[in-house]
Ligand binder design. Structure first.
Ligand code: ZN
Length: 252
């Protein structure tokens, strides 16, 4: 098959997974099972049929409103599906069809859920961090990095954030610490340090922009989880190259 069509299939697969992630984002904080029961319209509670649930296409065909009660459907559903599709294509381009490719796609999917729940509620559910920990075990085997590198990754950043949490008296959430522990075991200490740097820099820039635009005051709580998730995603996809370039810069 031509690469374009393979990429298209990967994208459609990502859209379908994104559709499931929407269910996770909605249900996990309410402690409703993501495997049981049917999806329903949050406005009229009408059970949704497969034709209502096809990612992005249903949204476009229904022009963004419920087929049964015409309540508007949030744009974030097709947006999350599209982002997940693009992330899967990116993962396939970087890692191909490989064990690390599959594990990384799963990691990115969890990060999408963590990002949205943290934006909504400023929490990162333990189950999601546990899932990353569970993905880390095969990643240790398939990554090509050494076991000590992974084990140090478990504590390299999480311990640092734990100390920051104690010193700042609650400025750093427990969910963020556990996230960087689990993702650190997955990535190893070099990549999780890179993830922290990328997440902190992007977080600082966005916070400054929000402050300048007066969208946030000095006391507005800006969740750190989405930025850490972005950093982890960048490190998982591009980390090896970024570290390589950086070392080349140092040597030249
Ligand atoms: Zn409805």
């Amino acid at each position: 098959m031509q690469p374009f069509f393979i990429g298209l299939w990967v994208f459609v697969f990502g859209l379908l997974i994104g559709s499931f992630l929407n269910v996770c984002i909605y249900r996990i904080p309410q402690k409703i099972s993501v495997a049981k029961g049917f999806s329903y319209c949050p406005a009229c509670h009408h059970r949704l049929m497969p034709k209502d649930l096809f990612p992005v296409a249903s949204y476009l065909l229904l022009r963004g409103s419920c087929r049964y009660c015409s309540a508007p459907i949030s744009k974030r559903y097709p947006l999350i599906e599209t982002v997940t599709g693009l992330l899967f294509v990116l993962t396939w381009l970087r890692l191909g069809f490989s064990p690390m490719g599959a594990l990384t796609a799963a990691l990115l999917a969890v990060l999408v859920v963590i990002t949205m729940i943290d934006l909504d509620l400023q929490i990162i559910p333990d189950g999601l961090n546990l899932f990353i920990l569970f993905l880390a075990l095969p990643a240790i085997y398939f990554s090509g990095r050494s076991l000590p590198e992974h084990l140090i990754g478990l504590v390299a950043v999480s311990l640092l954030l734990f100390i920051v949490a104690i010193l700042s008296n609650g400025g750093m959430g427990g969910g963020d610490i556990k996230l960087m522990g689990a993702a650190g075991l997955f990535l190893g200490w070099k990549l999780i340090l890179l993830a922290l740097i990328v997440g902190s820099v992007v977080g600082a820039i966005i916070s400054l922009i929000l402050l300048a635009a007066k969208k946030a005051g000095r006391k507005t709580m800006i969740p750190f989880g989405p930025f850490l998730s972005l950093g982890i995603a960048v490190a998982a996809l591009f980390g090896e190259d970024l570290i390589w370039w950086y070392l080349m810069l140092l040597l030249n």
